[in-house]
Structures are given as C-alpha cells and as structure tokens.
Design a protein around this ligand. Structure first.
Ligand code: PMP
Ligand code: GLN
Length: 386
C-alpha cells in the first residue's frame, strides 16, 4: 500500500485493545482470567430459555434496523421503572450491537474532523478510538485516587470552543467509581453552560453496591442534550450477545440511527427477543444480582489487600483497581504481561486507559465477575508472587 488510509492514521498509536492482548496471554498460559470483564457463569435460566425459544419459534431473520418494537418498548419501560426517565420507544430508543456500537455510532454521528470530546481518564478504551475515527481528538479530566474524584475546575478547563461532547461512564470502568449526584451536577452545569451534548455509558447501572446510580439525563437541562447508552451484557451476563441500546431525544436519535444503519444495520434477532424477557425480570433478580456482586467485590478486595496491594474502594461495576507498587511492582504494564506466564493469572494494566500512561502507572484492574472458586484460585496464585 503506497499511502496510509486516513482511518489507519487516525488510530495510529492506539494499538490492539488491551483486553485482547491480556485474554490472549491468559489463553496461552491457561491463566485464571481476572482481566477481560466477562462472567464465568451463565445468563439467568429464563433469559437463556427465551433465546432458545426465539430461535425455535423462527425469529432468525433481520430485526428492524432500529430494533424490535417489543425491545424498544421494554427499554422505555425499564428506563421509567429504574430511572424515572420517559423515552418514546419509536423516536427515542434504538437497539444496537452492544454498547460498543451504540458508542461508536454516536461518536461518528456527532463529531466532525477537528472537534474535541471531553473524556474522564482512566477511560474505557473505545471512547478515544471512536472519537479518533471521527477525526476528533480527546481532552481529558483526570480522576484522582483514592476516590477517583475530579476538580470541577479541571472539567471547565478541558472545554474549548471546539468541544462538542462530554463522555461519561458511571458506574465506571476500570475504577468501580460511581459518580455522585454532586459530581454529575457539575458535569451538567458545564454541558448546559457550553451547549454540549453528554454521552453516558451506563452499562453497569444495575451494579452499584454503595451509593446510587444517577442517570445524567434526569438532571435539569440534560434530558434534551444527553445520549444515554446501556446494554444487556453486564446485567444479564451475556457479553457475547451484543445487544445494547441508545436513548436520546429525537434529533439526536435520528443522527445516531443514520450512522448505525451503515454499521451493523441490525443484529441478534433471537437475543433481542430474550432481552425483552430479561428487562422485565422482577425486582428480586436485580437485588440478588447486586448482592452476589457485592459479596464477590468484598472477597476480591479483601484478598488483594491481604496480598499487599493497595486496592481502591469499588462502589460499582465489577472491577477492583489496585496499586501494585506497595507490593514491589512498579510498572503495571510489565506486571500484567508477566503475570499469566509467571503465576497463571490475567489482569488489566490501567495505564492503557490514560492519555499519558505515566498517570496510570502501577494501577491494575482485577475483575470480580467470576465465581468464588475462580476468584479464590486467582488470589491463591497471586500469593505465589515473589
Ligand atoms: N462500556 C463499558 C464501560 C464496558 O465496560 C463495556 C464492556 N463490556 C462496554 C461498554 C461494551 O459493552 P457491549 O458488550 O454491550 O458492547
Ligand atoms: N468491557 C469488558 C472489559 O472492560 C470487555 C471489553 C472488551 O473486550 N472490549 O473488560
């Protein structure tokens, strides 16, 4: 090839996603995978049964490009039930191939060459890549340990005349932080003052152990300027199904749909049917999910602490981030590349989630979306570290 295609150039330096690299190492060494965030247990039986039934009943052809009407309706009901938000299923809800496509379509739809997007770092890697694909660049607000809070002045300073979007992920991957109402009010103020659109990634919205999940779209002035993204992957332990959704006012929805239709057009018809059932599960399901994860969070957090890692509190999502430097390892990337081969455990180096890797140095993410037995085995193996 005599020239570098512009997309390749835009993605230059971002490399292969760290999740792929760490899972490949995990497989190569048959390691306990506390890296990539996927559960090692199955979907609720009623949800799995619904997918099987949908296949057997012949729901195997293209769903409408915007998603099955029944799923769009179920998403709207779910948003009202859990967040008190009203969305019109026809004009404000779109089904996507996971939150990943939802985010990518949103960034392609709303960003232009030369635009800027504000990200909180550490950030989920797809935000920066998606923004770069659109020709935009990121400006970051750094979340500082131990609580990964931010200074409102830093947020204000990240906004320039080129800023179009603020992307916010709560509960947060990789830190487990749950943004407080006060912090979200600060985000809302900046969006309103500078006429910015907020894009929220709420895939861990049901996984909150301390505090509460607040939807940014519910704050004053935000309903009309927020694109709310979520997915079935985490809540229903179906990361391989790739069913997500976007809720946004009609004009923003139109823009996202215009981009999305040229990406996957549609996906996962039988899984869309099953997620209708999933979203309607009773209160006890969501309470038990939270309680189970809270116990796993405590187990992993205590175990890491006992090994001499400085584990930060995780109020939500399914990760504990720890500083491994107190245990004598000063480079998170080298540590995570060594770990699968040396002791048979995989984790994720958080410096991959910072624009300047030095800011994340020493921070390692461990996933607890795993059975107790696997968490214990991982901790036992980590205990063999010299
Ligand atoms: N956003 C965040 C913050 C995530 O952790 C993940 C990973 N599962 C995704 C988006 C992707 O979600 P999906 O599998 O629905 O594409
Ligand atoms: N969201 C999951 C994680 O953070 C998996 C991401 C991926 O494989 N792209 O680990």
């Amino acid at each position: 090839m005599s020239r570098t295609p512009h997309l390749t150039a835009r993605l230059q330096g971002l490399g292969t996603t760290i999740f792929t690299e760490m899972s490949q190492l995990a497989m190569a060494h048959d390691a306990v995978n506390l890296g990539q965030g996927f559960p090692d247990f199955d979907a609720p039986p009623a949800v799995a049964d619904a997918a099987v039934a949908a296949i057997r009943e012949g729901h195997n052809q293209y769903a409408p490009g915007t998603g099955l009407p029944s799923l769009r309706a179920a998403v709207a009901v779910h948003q009202r039930r859990f967040h008190g938000l009203d969305f019109d299923p026809d004009t404000e809800v779109t089904v996507t191939a996971g939150a990943t496509e939802a985010m990518c379509a949103t960034l392609q739809a709303l960003l232009d060459t030369g635009d800027e997007v504000v990200l909180f770092e550490p950030f989920y890697d797809a935000y920066r890549a998606g923004a770069r694909m659109a020709g935009a660049t990121e400006r970051v607000v750094t979340l500082r340990p131990p609580d990964f809070s931010f200074a409102a002045a830093d947020l204000e300073a990240a906004v320039t005349p080129r800023t179009r979007l603020v992307v916010l992920n709560t509960p947060h991957n990789p830190t487990g932080k749950v943004f407080t109402r006060t912090e979200l009010e600060a985000v809302a103020r900046v969006c309103v003052d500078h006429d910015l659109v907020a894009v929220t990634d709420e895939v861990y919205g049901h996984l909150v152990y301390d505090g509460e999940h607040v939807a940014l779209a519910g704050l004053p002035g935000m309903r009309e300027r927020t694109v709310t993204i979520s997915s079935a992957a985490k809540t229903f332990s179906v990361t391989g199904w790739k069913i997500g959704w976007v809720c946004a006012p009609p004009a923003l929805t139109d823009a996202v749909r215009a981009a999305k239709q040229w990406m996957t057009f549609t996906n996962g018809t039988p899984f869309q049917h099953a997620i209708v059932v999933a979203l309607g599960l009773p209160e006890e399901f969501f309470a038990e999910l939270r309680a189970g994860y809270r116990a796993r969070r405590d187990r992993l957090h205590a175990g890491l602490h006992a090994l001499g890692f400085a584990a930060f509190p995780a109020a939500g999502a399914y990760y504990v981030t720890a500083d491994v430097r107190p245990a004598g390892h000063d480079d998170d990337m080298a540590f995570c590349r060594m770990l699968p081969g040396e002791v048979g455990v995989a984790a994720v180096p958080c410096s991959a989630f910072y624009t300047d890797p030095a800011r994340g140095r020493g921070l390692v993410r461990f996933a607890f979306c795993k059975t107790d037995a696997l968490i214990d085995e991982g901790l036992t193996r980590l205990g063999r570290l010299a």
